[in-house]
Design a protein around this ligand. Structure first.
Ligand code: GTP
Ligand code: SPV
Ligand code: MN
Length: 604
């Protein structure tokens, strides 16, 4: 069923000529197609059937042991001018990049089937949604894209319709073109190249997650952020969650945390018992990516461009994320988890069962490290989450009341604080830092700046990106308030001070009440911080002094932090907006003023 759109057929023909597959298959997204692919993958070992009595429809995929996470050092942004990619990206000249990667693609699909996957990111009828086509030689990618995106015939129809409209206007069809091959899975020849000016992605040599499911990070964030800048919207690495209070009012919150820092968990949070009894409910709109734009009333409206969750398995348990655990009991693809003796999926942090076979298929032996890979994942349709919101299918999106930034900060950064205004909030997002996690290859636990949790995903110069964020502050705008949270503060004993998970609702409640002008706070140089009495923590088992520590603003520590933030802003040179530098100076001066009386007191 090739397309009626000539530009699409021509590109598919060109790719087939380059990669030389034995067959070309256009994916229609039907059940019959999915079942046939699944049978084929079970037969050749790409998928392994899990216990069908306990986990009907569930399968396991073991990726190549060297191919288990995103590879940031081989992820490139290829803009005409190097400064447009910025120091936050690895850059290559577009012509050189095409030449280099096309040489790898040449003949790489011989003996394989080439799948053409038309997909839509976002509800199929939403004006905020955008379409793409991924060409891949991996049936595992097809199976995942079917869960993660609106894939198949309806997406193709939208691409054709938009393409004809564009041609009628004298413009070119504007779907995103993604070309992917697992190649020979050689880590030395593993490139993920983005050509934002051409709406093109080329990924070679990986079959894993964000490297291979091109609708996700490559399209919805790297190409998406670039499109968003030129069209006046935002493509962000954020969850979207609805918090319904006992009065039945729902506030929507968008939160940016780096990879493996708690987005899926917060998006599916179950309120603590006392809150549940009073009638609090939590609704999931999205767990990883948020596209938002100003509506006619000046508020920001958000959609989740994805249709499924590609979630971190380790740590998912009844006690931490019961909604996620309930979602993945059937019709789920597991990648790189361990299995129990009776063939059920297993990972570290799951309290039921014990591992018999590790993620590489070896008999489990603690000497080999964790049974499940720390970045092992589940792929599941969002519809399977008990907390899935009907509003997630709304073409107009949901209005955002608060934007939250956060990362893994073992020290210094309080549990929560509120920015004074939008410009201060943009600085708070730009200055975000977090310890690295297993979601990308490389060292784990190293503190790095990760502005708006977009370091690996911003498809252009961070300086321009900060300016784009600031540009939303204009007449008539009713922007969300901006906050920063830190669930990962540790005490002297190295243990987390805050219980996290469901109890994070206590912090969200304060955030929402601040938006409604109903909660108190103390003004400090870094923003508004709740006093102990402003948070509802009755009955919560916190260690002695923990809350005091969690809400403390260490002026000396912050003075050093803000100085470092200044150096970080300087690293983007003249692209960093002056407004942001002024904000940084304002906070540095305010910290110095606050410190002054203390210093004098110590001296006398
Ligand atoms: P990506 O899919 O990589 O973007 O990750 P994510 O941000 O969705 O992270 P996720 O919610 O999957 O959490 C990753 C890890 O952090 C899991 O092992 C969780 O158990 C743990 N985690 C999540 N929320 C909390 C929290 O509130 N406190 C603590 N201590 N750990 C948490
Ligand atoms: C992340 O790393 O932020 C993820 C997983 O959400 S991946 O799709 O592999 O990028
Ligand atoms: Mn993510």
């Amino acid at each position: 069923m090739p397309s009626r759109l000539e530009a699409l057929n021509r590109w598919v023909d060109d790719v087939a000529r380059l990669t030389q597959p034995d067959r070309v298959h256009w994916c229609d997204g039907s059940d019959a197609e999915a079942n046939a692919l699944r049978a084929q993958m079970l037969a050749n070992g790409t998928l392994i059937e899990l216990n069908q009595d306990t986990h009907p429809g569930c399968t396991l995929h073991r990726s190549h042991p060297s191919d288990v996470a995103r590879v940031e050092h081989l992820t490139l942004v290829c803009t005409k001018h190097e400064e447009d990619a910025g120091p936050n990206n690895h850059w290559m000249d577009p012509a050189a990049a095409h030449e280099k990667i096309d040489a790898l693609f040449a003949g790489c699909m011989k003996g394989r089937t080439m799948y053409v996957i038309p997909y839509c990111m976002g509800p199929i009828d939403s004006p905020i949604s955008r379409c793409g086509v991924e060409i891949t030689d991996s049936p595992y990618v097809v199976a995942n894209m079917r869960v993660m995106t609106r894939m198949g015939a309806p997406a193709l129809a939208r691409i054709e319709c938009e393409g004809s409209e564009a041609l009628a206007r004298g413009a070119q069809p504007a779907f995103v073109k993604g070309l992917h091959s697992i190649g020979e899975l050689d880590p030395e020849r593993r490139f993920i190249m983005h050509f934002p000016e051409e709406l093109t992605i080329k990924s070679y040599g990986s079959g894993y997650g964000g490297n291979a499911l091109l609708g996700k990070k490559c399209h919805a964030l790297r190409i998406g952020s670039f499109q968003a800048k030129s069209e006046g919207w935002l493509a962000e690495h954020m969850l979207i969650v609805g918090i319904e209070n006992p009065q039945g009012e729902t506030h929507y919150v968008a939160a940016a945390f780096p990879s493996a820092c708690g987005k899926t968990n917060l998006a599916m949070l179950i309120p603590p018992e006392g809150y549940r009894e009073k009638g609090w409910k939590v609704w999931t709109i999205g767990d990883d990516i948020c596209w938002m734009r100003p509506g006619a009333d000046g508020r920001l409206y958000a959609i989740n461009p994805e249709a499924g969750f590609f979630g971190v398995a380790p740590g998912t348990d009844k006690s931490t994320n019961p909604n996620a655990l309930a979602s993945i009991q059937h019709d789920t693809i597991f990648t790189n988890v361990a299995v129990t003796a009776d063939n059920q999926p297993w990972w570290e942090g799951l309290h039921e069962g014990a591992p018999a076979t590790d993620w590489q298929g070896r008999p489990y032996d603690a000497k080999n490290g964790p049974a499940a890979h720390p970045n092992s994942r589940f792929t599941v349709s969002a519809k399977q989450a008990p907390s899935w919101s009907p509003k997630a299918e709304d073409a107009q999106g949901v209005p955002i009341s608060a934007i939250v930034f956060g990362g893994r900060r073992p020290s210094l950064v309080p549990l929560v604080f509120e920015a004074r205004d939008w410009a201060h909030g943009v600085l708070v997002g730009a200055a975000m830092g977090s310890e690295t996690t297993a979601a990308a290859t490389g060292a784990v636990g190293v503190l790095r700046r990760d502005s708006m949790a977009m370091k690996p995903f911003c498809g252009y110069n961070y300086g321009d990106y900060f300016a784009h964020w600031l540009s939303f502050d204009k007449a008539g705008a009713k922007l969300p308030k901006i906050f920063h949270v830190n669930w990962f503060r540790k005490g002297a004993d190295g243990k987390f001070l805050w219980p996290g998970f469901g109890d994070n609702l206590r912090v969200l409640e304060w955030i929402i009440d601040r938006c409604d002008g109903k909660a108190g706070a103390q003004e400090t140089p870094i923003g508004f911080v709740p006093r102990e009495s402003d948070l509802h923590v009755e009955g919560l088992a916190l260690r002695d002094g923990a809350l005091d520590e969690l809400l403390d603003v260490d002026l000396d520590g912050w003075a050093a932090e803000v100085e470092d933030i200044g150096r970080y802003l300087d690293s983007f040179g003249t692209r960093t907006p002056e407004r942001l530098r002024a904000e940084q100076r304002r906070i540095a001066e305010s910290l110095a003023r606050e410190n002054e009386p203390q210093r004098r007191a110590v001296a006398s």
